[in-house]
Design a binder for this molecule. Structure first.
Ligand code: CDP
Length: 221
């Protein structure tokens, strides 16, 4: 008999800490971490590199059939090239929500994500993992934090990466705009559904949030 395949679905807005804590929890539990935001970011990178307009769905959709996005050993590959770092640039963050609002893009990504979850035990994070991708996940967690705290975290991250021509106010505006697009788009908007655990990380240390997920899963297995 094979080992049971377990799925943990995590949704939440930008800067909520979901990626950081999901990655660490996955390591402790021995699960694979799947960062679905990275997939939308990778496609955004390709769109920008090709000089296409992220706000023109037909231009973006035309790229889909010749695009290969995959995870190998927790690294993301776009058409065979590792793009872990390049997809984190602020220019990608500013454009990704347009790409992620396109129906055909979401259908293609969701298909890949569902297949990944069938293959092994995973923690998958994003905006629509509980609502659309894995509604039958074994564990469902909605991670959030105040807009101010989320903006401070993102600002610190960008400064550490050497992006200096940016202010906290700009970041807060970007985050609020992205929250708005993600929560109000027609397809698969970011919403918290009943039946998911709420994890507010505003006043938590990273360890406290990681522990929340690890204990929840260990208790439930
Ligand atoms: O880390 P951060 O929250 O800034 O963003 P991310 O998780 O890398 O996701 C970037 C963007 O991709 C989000 O703002 C969403 O527009 C989109 N996204 C989505 O629509 N659905 C997902 N499952 C994951 C990300």
């Amino acid at each position: 008999m094979g080992e049971r395949i377990v799925s943990v679905a995590v949704d939440g807005p930008a800067g909520s800490g979901k990626s950081t804590i999901s990655k660490l929890a996955a390591k402790i539990l021995g699960f694979e971490y799947i960062d679905t935001g990275a997939m939308y970011r990778a496609l955004t990178l390709k769109v920008l590199n090709k000089g296409l307009n992220p706000q023109k769905p037909e231009e973006v959709v035309s790229l889909l059939k010749d695009t290969d996005i995959d995870f190998v050993d927790n690294h993301i590959y776009l058409d065979g090239e590792m793009v872990d770092e390049t997809i984190r640039q602020n220019i990608i963050s500013q454009n990704v929500s347009y790409i992620a609002a396109i129906k055909e893009v979401r259908e293609a990504m969701v298909r890949i994500q569902q297949n990944l979850a069938k293959a092994k035990s995973i923690i998958m994070d994003g905006r629509d993992i509980i609502t659309v991708v894995l509604p039958d996940a074994d564990f469902k967690i909605f991670v959030t934090a105040s807009v101010e705290e989320r903006s401070r975290r993102r600002y610190k991250e960008l400064l550490e990466k050497g992006e200096t021509n940016i202010t906290l106010e700009q970041i807060m505006k970007d985050i609020e705009r992205r929250d708005y697009i993600d929560s109000n788009r027609e397809i698969a908007p970011l919403v918290r559904t009943e039946g998911s655990y709420l994890l507010d990380t505003t006043n938590n240390t990273i360890d406290e949030s990681v522990n929340f997920i690890v204990s929840l899963v260990k208790r439930g297995l």
